[in-house]
Design a protein. Structure first.
Length: 264
């Protein structure tokens, strides 16, 4: 709809070949080093601040040399999680937990003997029960020493790991980083950068509309993306090539953009 109306070759905010912002790029570079040295890393941040983009960039960094099995379904028991991990490793599994663990360890050493690096990526790690994460840590202790585990979570996990009962996990962290909300000018630069990627003119959003998108998104990349796309859809519906304040405000009238007090 947006692509055909504006005559674009790709959709705005297309995930393919997405360029990272400077804070994201810095975290990615450090993670690449840790993938060579081994360790346990934690990338924390509020939803929509760019964790998924970093995870995707790390997985696509060097697929021939760096193997990145990913666990995205973390609301599972340990029994199910290690089987999800087998699927991520693309290996057949059968038998009880001990046998499945043995298959994972053997596969890790097979990759190590072929000269490949291993980084296990666990998304939404804050949803994983601590007992499950603890058992995974014990499993990974049997992996080759240069493997790396990267946890992507919300900031609450940092507080959880600081608890005395979780010091066995906290003490093994070799790197951690927090993704912060962006300033309004950085959000504007992000939106315009995405316009450049798809060939959309900067004046598609008026300066006032762009500033409103930056303020309303509250420094969250995903919110900026969603509000910009909602505004562009309103522009298509209104048959306009430039979206002004009235179209952004029309998008902001949707209930999920409004505060709880306004809805009551």
């Amino acid at each position: 709809m947006i692509r055909s109306y504006f005559g674009l070759s790709r959709n705005p905010f297309d995930a393919d070949g997405l360029q990272l912002l400077a804070p994201q790029q810095e975290i990615l570079e450090v993670l690449r080093v840790h993938c060579q040295q081994g360790g346990l890393c934690l990338v924390a941040g509020e939803p929509g601040t760019g964790k998924t983009a970093i995870r995707a960039a790390l997985a696509q960094h060097d697929p021939k040399r760096l193997v990145t099995p990913t666990v995205s379904r973390t609301l599972h028991t340990y029994h199910n999680t290690i089987r999800i991990l087998c699927q991520a490793f693309e290996i057949e599994f059968d038998g009880g937990d001990f046998k499945v663990e043995r298959q994972l360890i053997d596969q890790a050493f097979t990759l190590h003997r072929t000269g490949k690096l291993l980084a296990v990526l666990i998304d939404d790690a804050h949803l994983m029960p601590m007992d499950c994460l603890r058992r995974l840590r014990l499993l990974f202790e049997e992996f080759p020493r240069n493997h790396n585990v990267v946890l992507f979570s919300q900031a609450e996990m940092l507080r959880t790991l600081r608890l005395t009962v979780n010091q066995d996990l906290h003490s093994r962290l070799t790197y951690s980083a927090t993704l912060r909300k962006l300033a309004p000018d950085a959000v504007e630069a992000f939106v315009l950068g995405q316009f450049d990627r798809c060939g959309l003119p900067h004046h598609t959003l008026s300066p006032e509309a762009l500033a409103l998108v930056a303020r309303a998104s509250d420094g969250v990349l995903r919110a900026a993306r969603n509000l910009t796309l909602a505004t562009l859809i309103e522009a298509v519906r209104a048959q306009k090539k430039q979206a002004g304040l009235e179209l952004v405000n029309k998008a902001l009238l949707q209930p999920h953009w409004r505060s709880l007090d306004e809805l009551l």
